[in-house]
Design a protein around this ligand. Structure first.
Ligand code: GLU
Length: 310
């Protein structure tokens, strides 16, 4: 495997890409290109009913319109179930997986008071089922597959937010790798795909930072190297509100009628601190100007010029 930096953008096309996704793609791309690295695109359409193929194609078209190019054919997670299954079996052989028959209602009823976010720590109801009990339950219900996690702290250093740690058993709990409907979970797919594609730099939104310790644990159990992680701040509108689908004026169709790709790239680069002033710019110029030192930890705001005069 080459030691060149390899980064990627990995959108979930359950809707049209928004400017927050584009900012993430931009920073991942600039980081890689400024290190003369490889850039990959992976379409995370695991949840096929929620991610119709036309939205994947739309995402590719939108990214191409901005001038992004990738060094290999895009990967589609919806085509890779057999690979995820092999990895699940590898973990199964290590005794790390158990079937879970709990319904959603049971999970909610037994939820431990959680520690600040919406994540519920699983109470391990099914962890102690005997093989006979599991077999009996399997006759009426298809189980989800959970990964057993240890009472262990996972620590990593984020490129922007510094040292992060989490106790897997206490703060996260045993988590699902394959859902009861047969769809593979994001955590497994993302680490398998990053590892097999040689990704060694992961740039993504800070809303996923809390999943990183789980992913690090999985990578270690699968015997894969760890990438460097940089989580980036979220993008807010000019008033400091999170971008929402209802902001029709920030829809890419509307934006691409009003602005050129260079104008929009310039606005995103200005929001993130890469450009000192708001003006049109190209991916080539931004690659030359890029430096992680310029990107701040605070959430970024879009300039007001995006929404005024419409
Ligand atoms: N597919 C995820 C998302 O769109 C990102 C996954 C990742 O970058 O690791 O939020």
């Amino acid at each position: 495997m080459s030691d060149r930096v390899t980064g990627r953008f990995a959108p979930t096309p359950s809707g049209r890409l928004h400017l927050g996704n584009l900012l993430c793609c931009l920073l991942a791309y600039l980081s890689v290109r400024s290190q003369d690295g490889r850039f990959l695109l992976r379409i995370e359409d695991l949840d096929v009913p929620r991610c119709p193929h036309r939205l994947s194609l739309q995402a590719i078209e939108d990214l191409s319109w901005f001038g992004f190019r990738w060094d290999e054919e895009p990967l589609f997670q919806s085509e890779r179930s057999a690979i995820y299954q092999q990895h699940l079996e590898q973990l199964q052989k290590q005794g790390l997986i158990y079937p879970c028959f709990c319904t959603r209602a049971q999970l909610m009823a037994s939820a431990a008071p959680n520690l600040g976010d919406t994540q519920v720590v699983y109470q391990r109801t099914c962890a102690t089922l005997t093989p006979e009990e599991a077999e009996q339950l399997a006759q009426t219900r298809r189980p989800a597959m959970r990964l057993r996690v240890p009472d262990e702290v996972v620590t990593f250093t984020d490129g922007l937010y510094g040292v992060q740690s989490e106790n897997l058993a206490k703060d996260c709990g045993d988590f699902i790798l394959r859902r009861s409907d047969g769809l593979f979970g994001y955590q497994l797919a993302v680490v398998v795909d990053d590892a097999l594609s040689g990704v060694n730099e992961v740039v993504r939104g800070r809303d996923i930072l809390s999943a990183t310790p789980r992913q690090i644990y999985l990578l270690k159990k699968l015997g894969y190297p760890l990438p460097r992680y940089v989580h980036i701040p979220l993008l807010m509108d000019a008033d400091g509100r999170r971008l929402a689908k209802r902001d029709k004026d920030l829809d890419l169709t509307a934006l691409s009628r009003r602005f050129t790709a260079e104008e929009l790239l310039g606005k995103l680069a200005f929001s993130s601190g890469i450009l000192p002033e708001e003006r049109p710019s190209s991916l080539e110029e931004l690659t030359r100007l890029f430096d992680w030192q310029k990107v701040k930890q605070e959430d970024m705001r879009l300039p007001r010029s995006l929404t005024k005069d419409i």
